[in-house]
Design a protein around this ligand. Structure first.
Ligand code: HEM
Length: 340
């Protein structure tokens, strides 16, 4: 057990080092203790040993990405060379509960690790909404505290929730998006947003900021309320295996280009509508794990692990993700990693 704990800690520390070396975001990371954040995830959403403290119910897949010449004009990242790049993929359902149901209007996630030439990596965790539920780590902590169930009633206090929402109206934007959309028919049929701004730097050193979306090549597909009910609570993994077998799972990696004056440093403010969109490439999912195993199980996806040619924006949420992800990874590896 001691060896396991030590190796989990070593992994967490080395991940933090990788994250720090990969890109240093220009913003000073806001000072919320990463362990306190993960403790609060557990206090509010429950502690499920071995599982990711967010995006717990998931499945590993593998894919291949091919970049476009439009992407090469924007960024010198080797991901866009035009040659196929292997990608370690993880699809998941939002939240800390590994038994989260598949047939409600909640978050789906698409996490990716591009394995680039010369050992370079690009990691990202994308969500099925154009905005996140908080704009700073302090606000996320406050949001989670306001939703913590009372130990006796096992219910959150509606007065506390109301007061927090009124003082922090942007935390409601994500829920409004989910409420406005149908239940996704598949992991393969919903959009996934990066939510943060990133700078794309080309060979001449020119930098273009933008926000990205992975959009299904086969189009969006939602379920009516009756269809969702009939599907039951656990259909997404089997659906994905079937669609991948048919060769039908692919996403366009699209970048919305920011214009001067656009806000690009907030995860709760999307770019204005109608911004020019450039297709950076296509991700094809080529295989899916038959069970809860696979290479995504014992790793974590840190969105500040970026390739040369892509840079972090000053969004405080982006800078704040690496440390709690490493804490969560350390805890679940120590407990025995699981995801289904
Ligand atoms: C300070 C802010 C945040 C905290 C504390 C936080 C916390 C966490 C934790 C603890 C995990 C599990 C990590 C693991 O065990 O591997 C996780 C996963 C995830 N988070 Fe966050 N998160 C934050 C912000 C965000 C934002 C802004 C997004 C929006 C894109 C996001 C999207 C995701 C996704 C997609 C996953 C699942 C990744 C996977 O499949 O491995 N998170 N988050």
């Amino acid at each position: 057990m001691k060896t396991l704990v030590l190796s989990a800690l070593a992994t967490a520390i080395s991940l933090l080092t990788v994250a720090a070396n990969a890109q240093t975001p220009p913003a000073t990371p806001a000072s919320v203790d990463p362990s306190a954040l993960v403790d609060q995830f557990e206090a509010t959403s429950g502690k499920f040993e071995g599982y990711r403290r967010s995006g717990a119910k998931g499945i590993c897949a593998a894919g291949e990405f091919i970049g476009t010449k439009e992407a090469r004009a924007l960024s010198r990242a080797s991901a866009f060379s035009g040659k196929p790049v292997p990608v370690v993929v993880r699809f998941s359902v939002g939240g800390a509960n590994p038994k989260a149901v598949d047939n409600t209007k909640t978050q789906r996630n698409l996490a990716l690790q591009f394995n680039l030439p010369k050992g370079e990596q690009w990691q990202m965790g994308n969500i099925s909404a154009p905005v996140f539920g908080a704009s700073s780590p302090q606000q996320l902590l406050g949001l989670l505290v306001s939703r913590q169930p009372d130990p006796t009633t096992k219910q959150a206090d509606p007065e506390k929730i109301k007061a927090f929402n009124e003082a922090n109206p942007e935390v409601l934007l994500q829920g409004k998006h989910f409420a406005s959309q149908p239940v996704p028919a598949s992991f393969a049929s919903v959009n996934y947003w990066g939510v943060h701004g990133f700078g794309f730097v080309n060979a001449k050193g020119a930098k273009q900021f933008g926000k990205w979306i992975f959009e299904p090549v086969a189009g969006l597909q939602g379920l009516t309320d009756e269809e969702a009910k009939a599907k039951g609570t656990s259909f997404l993994f089997e659906d994905l295996r079937q669609r991948v077998k048919e060769g039908a799972v692919a996403f366009n990696f699209n970048l919305e280009l920011a214009q001067p004056g656009d806000k690009i440093d907030s995860a709760t403010v999307p770019l204005p509508e109608g911004r020019k969109k450039v297709t950076l490439g296509t991700l094809k999912v080529t295989s899916v794990s038959e069970d809860g195993g696979g290479p995504c199980l014992t790793t974590t996806y840190i969105p500040t692990i970026l390739p040369k040619g892509v840079e972090a924006s000053a969004d405080p949420m982006l800078a704040a993700r690496a440390a709690p992800y490493a804490v969560s990874l350390g805890r679940r590896l120590t407990e025995g990693a699981k995801q289904q």
